[in-house]
Design a protein around this ligand. Structure first.
Ligand SMILES: [Zn+2]
Length: 438
C-alpha cells in the first residue's frame, strides 16, 4: 500500500505528463502508461473499455449491476503558456507540503483521488456492492466529444448509472472571521452556455473618405450599450436560494441569520447583489454576457466590409436560451447587426438536494469531514458531468479536496497547486464513499 510519499510520487508523475487539451495522442498515450504503472491493481482487475479517442473508461465489477456508480474526471489540462509561474508548470515541484503544476486542482487531483481509492480498495480485497466505473475524458477543457463517447457506450449497452460524480465544487477553507466552518461546495447545477457572433456589414472603402456608421462603429455602440445596461434581468433561482441558505451553516452571527432568511424569502437580494458586486452578483443571479473575440479589416487603412464580435453567454437557470437570443436579436437590429448563434446549451437540470444521490454524498462528506458545512453550489462554469447526467439518475459535481481561496485562484492561471494533505484526505473520502455505496 502506498504511504504519503507514494501518493506524492504518483501524483507528481501525473502532473509531469503535459496532457494539454488537443495536444496530440502521444501525450495521452504516455499518460496512460504512467497510470498503468502507478495503479497496477486497477490495470489488473478493472476492465478497460475502448470507447474511442484517448478516453479512459474502466469498469470495476461489483456484486450488483443495478445501480452503477460513475466517478468522472478529465485527463486534459489547459495550456500553461505565459503567466508568472514560480516553478515550471509541468515540473510538479513539491514545496511546503504542496504540489505545484498545471492540472494540480483542475483536475488531476480528482483523477488521482478516484483511481488511487479504487486501486487501494482492490488491494485490500474489497468488492463493491455495485459496479463502479472510472470515466476520464480527454478533451473536457475544449468541450470536446470525450464525455459523449463514454455516454454513448453506456447508452448502447443499456446501462443507466444511478449516480455520476464529477469535478465541480471543492472544500473551501475558512477565509474570514465570520466564516466558522470550511465549506464543501457540492455542485447541483451548472449554468447554460452559448457563443454568439454579431456581424456588421458595410460597404468598405478607403479610410481617407470615411462615412458614418461603419461596421466597427456600430459594433462598438452595441457593445457599449450592453456594457452599461442590464440586458438580462437578475432573478432569484431555486439553486441560488439553496446555496445561500446552505451557506448560513458555515457562517457566524449575523451573516448566518441573514443567509437563512434570504434563502427562504430574499428575492430582493438578486436585485441588490449585482449592484454591490457586478461580477459575482450577475454570475449568481443573471445570464451573463461578455465579448471575447473580434475582427475587422485586414489593413489599417481599409474600412472593413464586414466586422464581427463574439460574445460568450452563461444562462441563468431561470432563463431559456431562445428568450435570451430573441432579446439580443431585437437589440442588435437597432445597430443593424446580424446575429449568429455558434453554439448553445441550456443550464443543466438541478439535482434534488433531498434526493438519494445528494444525501448519500452528504453523509460521506459529514463522516470524513465532520467540521465542514455541506452546501449546495450553483456552478457558473461547465463540466463534462452535464453529458453523463443525461443518462443518469443523479449527478454530483464535487471533488472534496480542500483548497484555500488563494489556491482557487490558480484554476486556469499560474501557480496552480494543491496540498498533499488535501489529496490524502480526498483519497480517504472516495474510499469511504465507494465502501458505503449500495
Ligand atoms: Zn476541470
Amino acid at each position: 500500500m502506498k504511504n504519503q510519499n507514494g501518493y506524492v510520487d504518483s501524483f507528481v508523475k501525473l502532473i509531469q505528463c503535459p496532457t494539454v487539451t488537443n495536444s496530440g495522442h502521444e501525450y495521452f498515450e504516455a499518460f496512460h502508461k504512467v497510470l498503468d504503472e502507478e495503479f497496477p491493481n486497477v490495470k489488473q482487475t478493472c476492465e478497460k473499455i475502448e470507447v474511442g479517442g484517448d478516453v479512459l473508461l474502466y469498469k470495476w465489477r461489483g456484486k450488483s449491476s443495478a445501480r452503477p456508480l460513475v466517478l468522472m474526471a478529465h485527463q486534459d489540462v489547459v495550456p500553461a503558456v505565459g503567466g508568472d509561474w514560480k516553478y515550471p508548470p509541468f515540473s510538479a515541484t513539491v514545496v511546503d507540503g504542496k504540489v505545484y503544476g498545471r492540472g494540480a486542482m483542475d483536475c488531476k487531483n480528482t483523477l488521482f483521488s478516484t483511481i488511487q481509492a479504487v486501486d487501494e480498495l482492490i488491494e485490500q480485497g474489497f468488492v463493491p456492492e455495485q459496479d463502479v466505473y472510472l470515466s476520464y475524458s480527454d478533451n473536457e477543457e475544449t468541450s470536446g466529444p470525450g464525455a459523449s463517447m463514454a455516454r454513448d457506450w453506456f447508452k448502447s449497452n443499456g446501462i443507466t448509472p444511478f449516480l455520476v460524480v464529477d469535478e465541480g465544487g471543492a472544500i473551501i477553507k475558512k477565509a474570514f472571521s465570520l466564516m466558522k466552518k470550511d465549506v464543501a461546495a457540492v455542485g447541483i447545477l451548472e449554468k447554460g452556455y452559448a457563443d454568439v457572433k454579431f456581424i456588421a456589414h458595410g460597404k468598405g472603402g478607403h479610410s481617407s473618405q470615411p462615412p458614418k456608421q461603419t461596421p466597427i462603429a456600430r459594433l462598438a455602440a452595441f457593445i457599449n450599450y450592453c456594457e452599461h445596461h442590464t440586458v438580462f434581468k437578475p432573478k432569484m433561482s431555486k439553486a441560488a436560494k439553496a446555496m445561500i441558505y446552505g451557506l448560513g451553516d458555515a457562517l457566524a452571527f449575523p451573516l448566518k441569520g441573514f443567509c437563512k432568511t434570504i434563502g427562504l424569502t430574499g428575492w430582493w437580494v438578486s436585485k441588490l447583489a449585482p449592484k454591490l458586486n457586478a461580477a459575482y452578483g450577475n454570475s449568481m443571479f443573471a445570464t451573463t454576457m461578455v465579448f471575447t473575440m473580434s475582427s475587422g479589416a485586414s489593413a489599417p487603412n481599409v474600412i472593413p466590409q464586414d466586422a464581427w464580435v463574439v460574445a460568450n453567454l452563461r444562462f441563468a437557470p431561470t432563463d431559456k436560451s431562445e428568450d435570451c437570443f430573441n432579446k439580443l436579436r431585437k437589440l442588435a437590429k437597432k445597430y443593424d447587426l446580424e446575429v449568429e448563434v455558434l453554439q448553445s446549451r441550456e443550464a443543466s437540470p438541478m439535482i434534488d438536494v433531498n434526493g438519494e444521490g445528494y444525501q448519500m454524498y452528504k453523509k460521506a462528506l459529514n463522516e470524513v469531514y465532520p467540521d465542514v458545512a455541506v452546501v449546495p453550489y450553483l456552478m457558473f462554469g461547465g463540466t463534462d458531468c452535464r453529458v453523463l447526467q443525461q443518462i443518469s439518475t443523479n449527478a454530483i459535481r464535487c471533488t472534496p479536496c480542500a483548497l484555500s481561496f488563494d489556491q482557487l485562484g490558480g484554476m486556469h492561471a499560474s501557480n496552480e497547486n494543491v496540498d498533499i494533505k488535501s489529496l490524502e484526505e480526498c483519497v480517504g473520502f472516495f474510499k469511504k464513499f465507494i465502501q458505503e455505496y449500495k
